[in-house]
Design a protein around this ligand. Structure first.
Ligand SMILES: [Mg+2]
Length: 442
């Protein structure tokens, strides 16, 4: 099952023991020095530097740490208002308990489970401790939730006196010893595969996916392994007869984009192990926005609208280029008398689509179009994150899905023929205002 771990290209030089960190010179099953069976071997072991770290059954692990009486018992963290499982420990999982399962079902599956109410404050505290330890390895830490993050360990070998692969193993040991919970680590050349790798051998896992094997490895995996392919979208693909990533590898980019819009492009690239998203540290840009000052002040909605559209497209293009998304849309207006108005709205999911930025901005703008003459209009997004969870295909709202598909098509055309090749109905023919002067801020 874990072909990656048994890659035929294994080089005996390229291996170490996860317990004593001793390099391994033979192909023995156990460590030459301490006898541990936890050996990692991979031909690309010492050239990979992109890591994903994920704590194992985080909430449950913290509860077990704080109450040793729970240690060998099935523990479920959850309940409360929503009455669902937040986290199940691995013992409870053996009985079939899963996250997001209604509590009554979980207790049917595992009647002897001990249910603990979540203590979010405590988990946030412990999550921060883990993060602080990550930041001691590299400043390039990108948290994606309370208990997981991407780390780019490129160029840290001198600092640590160890290659990234070993730094990662030493980190996992240190978390166990100092914080009292376990983590799983994935090491690869890109984010997509590092995240898949960390999920492989949970708990206390460590898996490596190299460039050499990426395509053949992915071919054997279900499409749901691709980020953005949730249950609903997987059903759409299944209706088209596509279940495995290997099938996507045989399809043309144009075909995939024609069928699935922006997602088609994602499917094309990720199925081939192409993912050039960088690790964006937490303290990076806090927002991406674009604004313009008018030559003459504008009060009318009809005149503001095309400007808002053009600015939204500009913001979207920058988000797409950086591989990031924002969850809060911020509208900025400056009136004739230099009074600043900012209005913002949080979305259900982060977005990088011009259409969503525009329509949210438009909603906010309508309330401000009260006859005031404006000299400046700006739109942007904050609450930035990786675009991994951005704009999930929304099958409930068919209209928004259609717009997303159209936007994917527009992006492709613009890639090919340049920005001005395609103007949308909002900006078409609006001349000067359609492409406002460069006036960007970060
Ligand atoms: Mg986790």
């Amino acid at each position: 099952m874990f072909a990656v771990m048994a890659a035929p290209v294994n080089d005996p030089e390229h291996g170490f023991c996860r317990d004593c960190l001793t390099p391994q010179r033979s192909r023995a099953m156990r460590c030459e020095r301490c006898g541990s069976p936890r050996i990692v071997r991979h031909a690309e072991l010492y050239s990979l530097h992109l890591a994903h770290i994920d704590c194992d059954a985080f909430y449950a692990a913290v509860e077990k740490r704080d109450n040793p009486a729970l240690r060998d018992k099935p523990v479920i963290v959850g309940g409360g208002k929503r009455g669902v499982v937040s986290t199940a420990c691995y013992i409870a999982r053996i009985h079939g308990v899963r996250s997001a399962m209604p509590m009554f079902k979980a207790l049917e599956a595992c009647p002897e489970a001990i249910v603990v109410k979540p203590d979010m404050e405590k988990y946030v505290r412990v999550g921060r401790e883990v993060r602080a330890m990550m930041l001691a390895l590299t400043p390039l830490v990108e948290p994606i939730s309370i208990d997981e993050a991407f780390l780019d360990l490129a160029g840290t070998e001198k600092l640590h006196g160890l290659p990234p692969a070993l730094v990662l193993a030493r980190f996992a040991q240190a978390v166990e010893k100092e914080i009292g919970i376990t983590v799983s680590a994935g090491l690869s050349y890109c984010k997509f595969l590092a995240k898949i790798a960390s999920d492989f051998r949970k708990p206390r896992g460590y898996a490596v996916i190299g460039e050499e094997e990426a395509v053949s490895f992915l071919a054997e995996q279900p499409v749901t392994m691709i980020w953005g392919v949730g249950k609903a979208f997987a059903e759409v693909l299944a209706r088209d007869g596509i279940r495995m990533i290997g099938q996507l590898q045989k399809m043309e980019r144009s075909d995939l984009m024609g069928r699935y819009g922006v997602m088609g492009d994602r499917l094309y690239r990720l199925s081939r192990g192409e993912d050039d998203r960088r690790v964006h540290p937490d303290h990076d840009a806090k927002s991406v926005s674009a604004e313009t000052t008018f030559d003459t002040d504008i009060a009318k909605m009809d005149d503001l609208l095309p400007v808002l559209r053009a600015l939204s497209e500009k913001v979207s293009a920058r988000l797409k280029k950086a591989g990031i998304a924002g969850r809060t849309v911020v509208l900025k207006l400056k009136s004739q008398d230099f009074k600043l108005r900012t209005r913002n709205r949080q979305l259900a999911d982060p977005t990088r689509l011009a259409d969503r930025i525009f329509s949210t901005g438009l909603d906010l703008l309508r309330r401000e179009a009260d006859g005031t003459r404006y000299r400046l209009l700006g739109i942007g997004v904050s609450d930035l994150s990786d675009d991994e969870k951005a704009d999930p295909p929304d099958l409930v709202d068919l209209q928004s899905r259609k717009r997303a598909l159209a936007e994917g098509a527009i992006d492709t055309l613009r890639d090919k023929f340049g920005r001005k090749a395609v103007e949308t109905g909002y900006t078409f023919g609006k001349g000067r205002n359609a492409h406002p002067p460069e006036h960007l801020d970060d």
